[in-house]
Design a protein around this ligand. Structure first.
Ligand code: THU
Length: 160
């Protein structure tokens, strides 16, 4: 028997104003699309913005449904749009901002497991890391250099 130790590393910025210029701009796009989320059931709104390597920014937000599992997270709304409209273009970064409309969320909200899996698919497809920035409505921003740090020991096409 042996143990496997997986080390992951994140950067933590005190607030969004500490971010590099591109990431700050991307977070502002995520922030404004978050306000348009359709979240009447959870009252929890999420915005995501992707920076493509042609400079384009793709945004998405969560879309809920009366049949709850039929809804979709913000990250997957955005990344599936990018995958369908710009299949040959690499995704450089994704900014995510999330929080309840009933209270101010001041701690960083990471992407859910299903969104990590979806981001991982595109990172593997493009063979280049996707930077991930995530935050609550205010406060600290966490940066992951690659989805691998958020989803170690992931499931991928090599197992099929
Ligand atoms: N949600 C996202 O949009 N992204 C995540 O990574 C986690 C959760 C949405 C789904 C649902 O509309 C609401 O937040 C509450 O779970």
């Amino acid at each position: 028997m042996k143990s496997i130790i997986i080390e992951t590393k994140f950067k933590v910025f005190e607030d969004e104003t500490e971010l590099p210029k591109d990431a700050f701009g991307l977070m502002q796009k995520a922030k404004s699309i978050r306000l348009k989320a359709y979240a009447p059931y959870s009252n929890f709104k999420v915005g995501a913005a992707l920076l493509l390597d042609n400079g384009k920014i793709i945004t998405g937000n969560n879309q809920e449904n009366a049949a709850y599992p039929s809804g979709l997270c913000a990250e997957r709304s955005a990344i599936f749009y990018a995958g369908s409209q710009h299949p040959e273009t690499k995704i450089l970064a994704i900014a995510i901002i999330a929080g309840s409309i009933n209270k101010t969320t001041t701690h960083p909200i990471p992407p859910c497991g299903a969104c990590r899996q979806a981001i991982s698919e595109y990172e593997i497809k493009q063979n280049a890391p996707i930077e991930i920035y995530f935050m609550g409505e205010t406060g600290k921003v966490v940066k992951s250099n690659s989805i691998e740090d958020l989803l170690p020991f992931g499931f991928d096409k090599s197992f099929l």
